[in-house]
Design a protein around this ligand. Structure first.
Ligand code: TYD
Length: 228
């Protein structure tokens, strides 16, 4: 397998802003979980807690976060496609996001709160769709090198809970996306990869039991932010 190309910001620009002292870099926090785990509900709460601690916070999401990324999101969430194509487009969207939004924000010293990142590719494309892990690792290194989350909050729920939440959302008229409609053990495999990754990197992950009422989850989230 060929070595990934040397990292650069395109047109020879370095990915990390020059002259940034390591201490000035903000924290990069990502939110993950299977569909129906309820993570998106907590984005605003987490950002408020971070701001209350005096940090400038950029909230964003994947796939998306830039005009190119949001256009790719439409395709990724609604068009059927080959699983490798899907993986490549996820990383194409991520490249724009890291270069234009995440990298510059961290370099300014802002905190970045991102709803999903590369752990989702490992879980959904790798675990869910069986895309080769070597390819994902190679793309991860190419696309964002050492720009990796400092902390990842994994919202965890067992499958029956997520299924019930998605069914309720669908009954209330929300159109489910391609990933939310996958059956055949797909969500089970996605969850298994998330949990395995959290066990493999306990220093980075915080696993939150998201079956509990929102107030209980928020109390945990507040503690996590305090400890950061
Ligand atoms: P999601 O984050 O659940 O957004 P919403 O809360 O608006 O439903 O939707 C994003 C979907 O994209 C989700 O089903 C997971 C999927 N996804 C991947 O399959 N791979 C990835 O790398 C990323 C970032 C997301």
């Amino acid at each position: 397998r060929p070595e990934p190309p040397r990292r650069s910001g395109g047109h020879g620009r370095p990915l990390r802003e020059p002259g940034v002292t390591p201490g000035a870099r903000g924290k990069f926090v990502t939110l993950e979980g299977i569909d129906g785990a309820g993570k998106s509900t907590h984005v605003a709460f987490l950002a408020d807690r971070m701001r209350a601690r005096g940090h400038a916070v950029v909230t964003t999401r994947e796939p998306g976060g830039t005009p190119t990324g949001e256009a790719l999101r439409q395709l990724l969430l609604h068009e059927p496609m080959d699983h490798d194509t899907e993986t490549l487009l996820m990383f194409a969207a991520r490249r724009e996001h890291v270069l234009r939004v995440i990298g510059p924000a961290l370099a300014r010293g802002d905190w970045v709160l991102c709803d999903r990142f590369t752990d989702a590719t490992w879980a959904y494309q790798g675990g869910g769709h069986g895309v080769d892990g070597g390819r994902i690792a190679w793309l991860e290194q190419w696309v964002h090198g050492d720009c990796r989350p400092d902390l990842t909050i994994l919202f965890d729920v067992p499958l029956p809970v997520s299924r019930e939440r998605l069914e309720r959302a669908s009954a209330e008229g929300r159109r489910l996306d391609k990933f939310e409609r996958e059956g055949d053990g797909f969500p089970e495999r996605v969850r298994a990869v998330y949990l395995a990754r959290s066990r493999a990197e306990p220093a980075r992950f915080r696993v939150v039991d998201s079956t509990r009422p929102q107030e209980a989850v928020r109390a945990d989230l507040a503690r996590i932010v305090e400890a950061l």
